[in-house]
Write a protein that binds this ligand. Structure first.
Ligand SMILES: CC(=O)N[C@@H](C)C(=O)N[C@@H](C)C(=O)O
Length: 677
């Protein structure tokens, strides 16, 4: 695999000239993050003439991300705002005739559905909801909209408490928890028990009609082309919480409310969509094997569920975000291939082609995959276009004629013109343990000169079933701008290569993924410009697992920052927010039945070897890899007399990069720790 590519790339890399810095430009610095602008969720009109997209910006005074809707024609003219201000406007959807858009906004204080008439600009909120709407879907005739909201269930009452005397100041009280999911990373408060339901509302407003019932979650609603019924997914078994990953597809007749279950195989059945000719249902998913990673495939079947066929056999990469082509003969889909996020088109016989590459996200953190697209009836499409050198912009193209993909926006032109950035170079390295080849990237500092010696940071991704790629990453650019060579890779377990590569670490994590990381370090060190006394290691979440595992195996790193790690799988599955999934899919037994299985792959089992000065870094409200994981490692290191510190980031969930100031803190503490050693 990839031998030829290595031969081509390595000499190219070795021959690369010094990176010249422009004296007129300054290096990318912490506060520059607030100047970045990102394009997201581009929605092309049904006639392909206009694109509405969501523009992300950051406010340095409130430290918040705000979003507005902008409009631009397919030719790139007439670029103008639809909304303005420092609030949240998002999820735009065109009505089928292109005369209106629906979107959600918090401009009235709480999130509501809005409709805008495109010719006059008249805009109105059409809901008065007490909970945030999502998944807006126009009916085919444009008269109605579907949406979902989370409705709280009745809360338990265990104690009959006396009321405090008039004027008394008692403490707050108690939080009563009796549901399986009582915390979710990103929500700082304890969760109320709630269920997602589908609603229907007239596109001109009025009282919404609740279509679904019961204590079950209902997701991904979509219309049948005749408007008479809808599809959605739900796990109505009554045991969805403890037995996750098992959503089935249902069809509901809108008039009668009658519901038919269409699928029955155990496993996730995601995003069902009926073909425009009404003949087929397409969905993404798999038949559950109860393992940490399984490939998400694309299936089609008849409307009644018969003649089920997997059509993505040739792809061997996860399929997401499917959209039927207008002629019902193919589907557009998103996938990641070798660390590159792409838009594809697949015919019903399984033949597929890449329509566009380098899709980008609006993340200011690390270089994870993702991206968004939409396609008009005539094959014109809009994508969020990424690049290693700038934030995500808007681009358009046409399928199947394959007109050149044209970047329409340049929101960051002045930024990129005034900044010296690090340069990203790809490499592949042979695994030292088997036949896999490991893909990675080197981000060199703006003034890089290969005849000099540089400190190097190995930065490791989490998931573990995700991928990094040559994408714009403010987090790692900040490290490069401070003079570090930053190396990041996709060790085995990463997605976007093959099922064999991603599933290698099923119930086997960490394992040879550690060797892959060390092979990448050896490769870059051998290039001759790394000061081996200044090798550093960091990584977050799954990357926290692998960085703490690494310092238990080797003392080659001068210092480590283990960010939001899992240190002890036993405690992790009993404290993490998604514990039913982790316990059932990442391990074969519960921890009390087989503690050995948990301990042997826990970084805490290697802490007795660690001599590397180590900082732990975690968000104070991280409910995915809870603070107690970092504490265990910190306390063990202290007991052993190893240099250690622990940084708890205030007001932060697992997604430290979701607030600019917290991302800045994360990088500054990492670099501060490395500078000490
Ligand atoms: C499935 C999941 O949430 N895994 C976490 C342990 C993780 O590694 N998250 C990654 C994506 C991160 O970088 O936060």
């Amino acid at each position: 695999m990839k031998k030829l590519l290595i031969l081509l790339l390595v000499p190219l890399f070795l021959a690369s000239p010094d990176q010249k810095v422009d004296a007129q430009k300054t290096n990318f610095d912490y506060l520059d993050i607030y100047d970045l602008q990102y394009v997201d969720d581009p929605q092309i009109s049904p006639d392909g003439n206009t694109i509405i997209y969501v523009r992300h910006q950051f406010d340095v005074m409130t430290d918040r991300r705000y979003t507005n809707l902008w409009s631009i024609s397919f030719s790139g003219d007439n670029h103008k705002p639809i909304t303005s201000g420092k609030l949240g406007y998002g999820t735009p959807v065109w009505s089928p005739d292109g005369s209106r858009i629906a979107y959600t906004s918090s401009e009235d204080g709480s999130n509501q559905v809005f409709v805008r008439w495109m010719d006059s600009g008249a805009t109105s909120s059409i809901t008065n909801l007490t909970h945030s709407p999502g998944n807006l879907q126009w009916s085919p005739d444009g008269t109605q909209l579907l949406f979902t909201i989370n409705i709280p269930a009745e809360q338990p009452k265990i104690a009959n408490l006396p009321s405090p005397p008039e004027g008394a100041e008692w403490t707050e009280g108690a939080t009563v928890i009796d549901q399986v999911y009582y915390q979710a990373d990103g929500s700082f408060d304890t969760l109320e028990e709630s269920y997602s339901h589908i609603y229907l509302i007239s596109a001109e407003g009025g009282a919404p009609r609740k279509l679904t019932d019961g204590n079950y979650d209902h997701s991904s609603p979509s219309w049948a082309p005749d408007g008479g019924s809808i599809l959605f997914t739900a796990d109505r078994s009554g045991n969805a919480d403890l037995d996750p990953n098992n959503a089935q597809i249902y069809e509901m007749n809108i008039e009668s409310g009658e519901m038919t279950q269409i699928t029955n195989k155990r496993g996730p059945h995601g995003s069902p969509k009926i073909s425009p000719d009404g003949q087929y249902i397409a969905y993404t998913g798999y038949e559950d094997q109860f393992v940490g990673y399984q490939l998400t495939d694309l299936y089609i079947m008849n409307r009644d569920g018969s003649n089920l066929q997997k059509i993505s056999d040739d792809l061997d990469m996860d399929v997401s975000d499917i959209t039927w082509a207008n002629d019902s003969r193919s589907l557009y889909f998103r996938y990641d291939e070798e660390g590159n996020s792409k838009l594809g088109n697949i015919r019903l016989n399984g033949d597929y082609v890449t329509v566009a590459s380098n899709l980008g996200t609006s993340s200011i953190g690390r270089p994870y995959g993702g991206g968004a697209y939409s396609v008009a009836d005539n094959g014109r499409f809009a994508i969020s276009l990424g690049s290693p050198d700038r934030p995500t912009e808007l681009a358009v193209g046409h399928f199947p004629t394959r007109m050149a993909i044209t970047q329409l926006t340049n929101l960051n032109e002045l930024f990129t013109e005034s900044k010296n950035l690090g340069v990203t170079t790809e490499f592949w390295v042979d695994s030292s343990v088997d036949d896999f080849e490991i893909h990675g990237w080197i981000l060199t500092p703006p003034d890089f000169d290969p005849s000099q010696q540089y400190p190097m940071i190995l930065e490791i991704h989490g998931g573990p079933h995700t991928n990094y790629g040559p994408r714009f990453t403010p987090e790692l650019q900040l490290m490069a701008s401070k003079g570090y060579v930053v190396v990041y890779t996709n060790p085995r377990g990463s997605t976007s290569y093959s099922t064999e590569f991603a599933s290698y670490i099923n119930q086997n994590y960490p394992s040879e993924d550690h060797n892959d990381l060390m092979d990448a370090v050896d490769y870059v060190v051998d290039l001759g410009y790394i000061d081996e006394d200044r090798l550093y290691i960091t990584g977050g979440s799954g990357g926290g697992v692998l960085s703490s595992w690494a310092i238990g195996k080797t003392d080659r790193f001068a210092a480590a920052v283990v960010a939001k790690p899992v240190i002890n799988w036993y405690s992790f599955v009993l404290t993490a927010d998604m514990y039913p999934f982790f316990a059932k899919y990442w391990f074969t037994e519960y921890p009390w039945d087989d503690p050995e299985q948990y301990l042997e792959r826990s970084p805490i089992s290697l802490v007795g070897n660690v001599t590397t000065p180590t900082m732990l870094l975690v968000g104070e409200y991280d409910y995915r890899t809870p603070v107690s994981e970092s504490q265990q490692y910190y306390q063990a290191l202290k007991l052993r007399g190893v240099d250690a510190s622990m940084v708890k980031i205030s007001d932060s969930s697992h997604s430290i990069a979701s607030t600019p100031s917290n991302l800045i803190r994360k990088v500054a503490y990492i670099l501060g720790w490395f500078e000490k050693y």
